[in-house]
Design a protein around this ligand. Structure first.
Ligand code: HEC
Length: 136
């Protein structure tokens, strides 16, 4: 993905983002106000430790800044790989090198990150899998 992303200009990235953001969109639909699944006490303690919702917002779907990602409903395996990648230092091939999230992810073991990823994927969010057009 890095080689492909490197070939894109900032304008290309903005255009692609705008295109994909319209997929599966339902006009006026708001994400539900309550998590579809309450976290276990154990997961709640993990979420509280780094106060994940303070940036990623209510239901992990209302980030405090538009450049911060929505997490609710994202695939668990994607979230787990992303969280582990924030722990990697000085290896841009596999690491994400983001100062904010590095500080968050490094507070957890990989097993704890997996618990967080599994929970976040169970939260009802705007993210959805949209079939390719030939299947619509
Ligand atoms: C201080 C604000 C802040 C806090 C607190 C925070 N995050 Fe983040 N998070 C961010 C930002 C900013 C990004 C985007 C980083 C980047 O560009 O890679 C991000 C990215 C992510 C991503 C990658 C999403 C994707 O689509 O690739 C995951 C997963 C994530 N955060 C989970 C968490 C979890 C779990 C916690 C709590 C342990 C947490 N975050 C706490 C600001 C925060």
């Amino acid at each position: 993905m890095r080689n492909i992303a490197d070939s894109l200009s900032d304008q290309d990235i903005a255009d692609l983002s705008a295109y994909y953001s319209t997929h599966g969109a339902v006009a006026g639909a708001e994400p539900p106000a309550k998590p579809s699944k309450e976290p276990s006490a154990e997961v709640q303690a993990l979420l509280n430790k780094a106060n994940c919702a303070s940036c990623h917002g209510a239901n992990f779907n209302k980030p405090i800044d538009p450049s911060y990602p929505k997490l609710g409903g994202q695939h668990a395996d994607y979230l787990f790989v992303a969280l582990k990648a924030y722990k990697v230092e000085n290896n841009p091939k596999v690491g994400r090198g983001n100062a904010i999230m590095a500080g968050m992810a490094k507070q957890y073991t990989n097993a704890e990150l997996k618990q967080l990823a599994n929970y976040l994927s169970s939260v009802e969010g705007e993210l959805k899998v949209v079939p390719q057009s030939k299947f619509r």
